[in-house]
Design a protein around this ligand. Structure first.
Ligand code: UD1
Length: 431
């Protein structure tokens, strides 16, 4: 199993290109199931989760080509790939356990399959071990649109023989995935669907823009009420994946932690304003430029800031672990409260191995800043937790060895290359 070795202590300086967002690319790829025509996606990151979803879509009959080349093109295409997806014929409406268990988002195929084919059998999902992550909202919402659903031997079996029909659904809790799925399903339903208390994340807007380009009628994406008028069929389109706001925030926090001066090229400040405001309050200088976002911290100590995770536009849960890494080196005490997922503090004990002082009280972590961290062997647990260990390792004195890095490969494109390009001592050790 690969490991990442870091020798900490260097400031970061230079340019880091920001990749297309994993969390936007995945639902856009799944939207290709809604039409027999070709959906072209630009700026698709090269990540394990994207490759896994390509396999899952292939199982349903989706053809694809990467940068104009057909077949298995792993590794093709630099930082930003253009991938054509064509679901001319859906050959299988079952998404099996072996495939879905590796990545939670693959469960989302249930929406388009049901809407286009009238049936779907999808395994209950797997993914990061960050809480129970049920699928009750997907089931409730699809039932509201007229689907019949059974949960049988680990599978959600859904049917809508006479097409889904529009209705009003109020999400009891904000869910990004359930918003994606109901929005996709409603595009091909009969009549009007109104989704209330919908997720407002930029990835939902990217998906809505894609569906609109495919011929859907959708209003209000990015607000908590989304209205969809069903149409008979959708067409192909050409859509660009938005820049990754979690990757952006992660590297901004890395610079805030190590010090230095980095341009996050292609980053878009409005996608993560709440997080940028917080990073600014810790003492780093954040400057939006034409090319992206410039992050600087020179000399000044790190000021503690309290943070509570919230759905967009609040501070994202996917930056919580990284922010905790930053706070371990602050000049005082900070409180970090997680409200989206239970059990998303697995990085706490690993950060402690680097010398951090953190105590947990329910869903709040109290971080006592220490002057410096010291390198140690640590274990990556989930995707975002893993990268918090990497950035802490960059700031720690001496060597940090991050084990089980396959989590990182799910969500961070060319991490070592991007960081070593800015002066970090970081390398992958294979095997
Ligand atoms: C997405 C992101 C993930 C991010 C999360 C929250 C992708 C691929 N993943 O995950 O990186 O951390 O949004 O911003 O985009 N819930 C239920 N029942 C359901 C569905 C969700 O109770 O049927 C709960 C979840 O357990 C969680 C909360 O709702 O407590 C929010 O989860 P959700 O927004 O659905 O997360 P994902 O879409 O899985």
């Amino acid at each position: 199993m690969d490991r990442i070795r870091i020798v900490g202590g260097n400031q970061l300086s230079g340019t880091i290109p920001i990749s297309g967002a994993k969390n936007a690319a995945l639902p856009l790829m799944i939207a290709s199931l809604l039409t027999s025509q070709t959906l072209t996606l630009e700026n698709v990151p090269h990540l394990a989760d994207v490759e896994q979803l390509i396999r899952i879509l292939g199982n349903h009959g989706v053809d694809y080509s990467v940068n104009g080349k057909r077949g298995h093109q792993n590794g093709v295409g630099g930082y930003s790939r253009t991938i054509n997806f064509t679901a001319a014929n859906i050959v299988d409406t079952t998404a099996p356990y072996e495939l879905v268990s590796k990545m939670r988002a693959s469960f989302w195929v249930v929406g388009p399959l049901l809407a286009r084919m009238g049936v779907a059998k999808v395994s209950l999902p797997g993914g990061c071990a960050i809480g129970t992550r049920p699928v009750d909202l997907f089931i409730d919402g699809l039932q509201k649109l007229g689907a019949e659903i059974d949960v049988d031997t680990g599978y959600v079996v859904a049917s809508a023989k006479n097409r889904l029909r529009g209705d009003r659904y109020v999400f009891p809790k904000v869910s990004v995935g359930a918003t994606h799925v109901l929005m996709m399903a409603a595009t091909l339903a009969r009549g009007e669907t109104v989704l209330e208390n919908a997720a407002r994340e930029p990835e939902v807007v990217n998906l809505a823009d894609c569906l609109i380009a495919m011929g859907a009628t959708i209003h209000g994406a990015g607000t908590s009420t989304i209205t969809i008028q069903g149409v008979d069929e959708l067409t192909g389109a050409d859509v660009r994946v938005i820049p990754d706001r979690i990757e952006t925030g992660t590297y901004a926090m890395a610079v805030a932690m190590t010090g230095g001066d980095v341009l996050l090229e292609g980053a878009q400040p409005d996608l993560l304003q709440a997080a940028l405001d917080v990073i600014g309050r810790t003492g780093a200088e954040i400057t939006p430029t034409n090319a992206g976002i410039r992050v600087r911290r020179n000399g000044a100590g790190i000021t503690p800031v309290d943070v509570t995770t919230e759905p967009f536009p609040g501070f994202p849960t996917d930056l919580q672990a990284q922010f905790m890494g930053l706070m371990t080196m602050s000049k005082g005490k900070s409180r970090i409260t997680e409200t989206i997922f239970e059990n998303r503090f697995m990085h706490v004990q690993e950060l402690a191995r680097l010398g951090a002082h953190i105590t947990l009280s329910g869903q709040t972590a109290i971080v006592e800043g220490v002057g410096k961290l010291k390198g140690a062997p640590v274990m990556a647990t989930d995707l975002r937790a893993s990268v918090s260990l990497v950035i802490a390792g960059l700031a720690a004195e001496g060597e940090t060895m991050v084990n089980r890095v396959y989590h990182l490969d799910r969500g961070f494109e060319r991490l070592e290359e991007k960081l070593s390009g800015c002066g970090a001592v970081i390398e992958r050790i294979s095997g």
